[in-house]
Design a protein around this ligand. Structure first.
Ligand code: ZN
Length: 467
């Protein structure tokens, strides 16, 4: 009897111990453990390595990363200790270059892959622990290639240019850069062993920087190649500079209309708030609304200027503003479009075939009631200061469709249409749209040749996609 009791006690103790171990094991498996995720597709390149560490509500005290062979971790490349801050996720970026020992080691041994070791020390609610793991990663130091660059090598000041080129199949993304903020993405055609690219671009109202454009290609592992191409800017025009005098009454009325206020008097600051700050904000909005590139051509190629209208201000006209009796100008702007005057509340037709992608019935700040139409391939037209809008977003329009009426909403001095043209977010001279010969030469025929180089039926062509 006594023996039996003792045996029972022992079994109970063993059972309790087993349960405790099970609970501990379950906690370790399911409870909070940090994780390490490599973001560079398990590939190492000159752009280095990028990783995301998720703390999973633990407190991490050390992160260490090194590279090596399957047997040994040899080259420490990252270490961060005494991390006291509590974070949810943390991104680490480890750049590499030709001079790094590990890069020399890879090249000397002609390695195709190697091992990444990582250690994370952490503490959760109950205990301190660490994770030690290794991941096999492949090596890619080869940037994508850019070949067969073709262009007519010139643009008119403010005008459109084009370039076509082939990139290797490992290209993730390629683009043309004319300024730091002005990137133009291609219409692409995926071939068996390469990607064909066509990019329309503009250098804006200045000659192309250093007489060149840059073509940039990046691959999945982050290697990139930059190629420069000479582009001559032909200065076939000169834009005018004009002085614009505004008085308190005008500013007050426009300020109250645009900001929906009822202030009784205005200062220089109110004028700057309107003409400088709001203008900037509105231009950024237009950039974002005209940046997207639609892969196919929507326009048939003929753009019509507002019927029976007279041009009284052009693209890139420089305007110096004078407030009240000030002797020197307060600020300067460039005019990103054409001002066209007709009769009051004249019917406004779409300039060409397109899809309405944006409209603002409450007024887009200084632009007033505005419509934006997408003509395809990254080309957009904009209609501002309207008194009335008669289309909806998503409507397919042609140059026979009335989209609204001219007016003077926004910062307009009188009834007129402000017409703007944009390519991937950057304004260019609308003359290049209205001049059919030019648009055909620089855009339509280039596009047709690109998708249909052998003049075959368009439908039999390969895949066409835009990035
Ligand atoms: Zn204007």
């Amino acid at each position: 009897m006594f023996e039996k009791k003792k045996k029972f006690k022992l079994t109970a103790v063993i059972l309790i111990l087993c349960s405790l171990y099970l609970i501990h094991a379950l906690y370790v498996i399911f409870a909070h453990n940090p994780s390490f995720e490599l973001l560079s597709k398990n590939t190492i390149s000159y752009s280095g390595l990028k990783a995301k560490i998720n703390s999973d509500n633990t407190k991490i005290s050390l992160i260490r990363v090194s590279l090596g062979t399957k047997e040994d971790s040899i080259y420490p490349i990252y270490e961060e200790s005494s991390l006291n801050e509590v974070f949810e996720e943390k991104f680490i970026s480890i750049p590499l270059n030709q001079e790094d020992e590990v890069v020399k080691f890879i090249k000397k041994n002609k390695l195709k892959s190697l091992y990444l070791y990582y250690t994370i020390n952490y503490s959760n609610k109950f205990f301190d622990s660490d994770i030690n793991k290794k991941i096999k990663i492949s090596i890619d130091f080869e940037p994508p290639s850019i070949k067969s660059v073709r262009t007519d090598s010139y643009v008119y000041l403010g005008g459109i240019g084009y370039v076509t080129y082939e990139t290797s199949s490992d290209t993730l993304s390629s683009y043309v850069e004319t300024e730091i903020d002005n990137k133009f993405y291609p219409i692409t055609k995926v071939n068996e062993n390469s990607i064909s690219n066509l990019v329309f671009f503009t250098c804006g109202n200045k000659p192309c920087k250093n007489g060149k454009i840059k073509i940039i290609a990046e691959d999945l592992s982050g290697n990139s190649l930059v190629l420069s191409k000479k582009i001559k800017t032909l200065r076939n025009k000169k834009w005018k500079t004009s002085d614009i005098a505004v008085d308190s009454d005008f500013v007050k009325n426009k300020y109250n209309e645009i900001f929906n206020t009822s202030i009784k008097s205005v200062t220089v600051d109110n004028f700057l708030e309107l003409n400088l700050e709001l203008r900037k904000k509105n231009n950024l909005k237009i950039t974002s609304e005209t940046r997207k590139i639609t892969k196919n051509l929507i326009t048939l190629g003929k753009f019509v200027q507002l019927r029976n209208s007279k041009v009284f201000s052009r693209y890139s006209d420089k305007r110096d503003y004078f407030f009240n009796d000030m002797e020197s100008s307060l600020m300067t702007t460039y005019h990103w479009g054409y001002d066209l005057s007709s009769i009051e509340n004249a019917k406004v037709y779409a300039s060409s075939e397109g899809i309405v992608t944006f409209l603002s019935n409450n007024g887009l700040g200084i632009y007033g009631k505005t419509i934006i139409i997408d003509h395809g391939l990254g080309f957009y037209s904009l209609y501002s200061h309207l008194s009335e809008i008669s289309v909806d977003v998503g409507d397919m329009v042609t140059s026979k469709v009335v989209i609204g009426k001219t007016g003077q909403t926004g910062l307009a001095f009188g009834d007129h249409l402000h017409f703007g043209s944009y390519i991937q977010g950057v304004p260019f001279d609308s003359n290049e749209l209205w001049d059919k010969k030019y648009f055909n030469q620089k855009v339509l025929s280039v596009y047709t040749n690109f998708i249909n180089p052998n003049n075959m039926n368009l439908k039999s062509q390969g895949r066409l996609k835009a990035e």
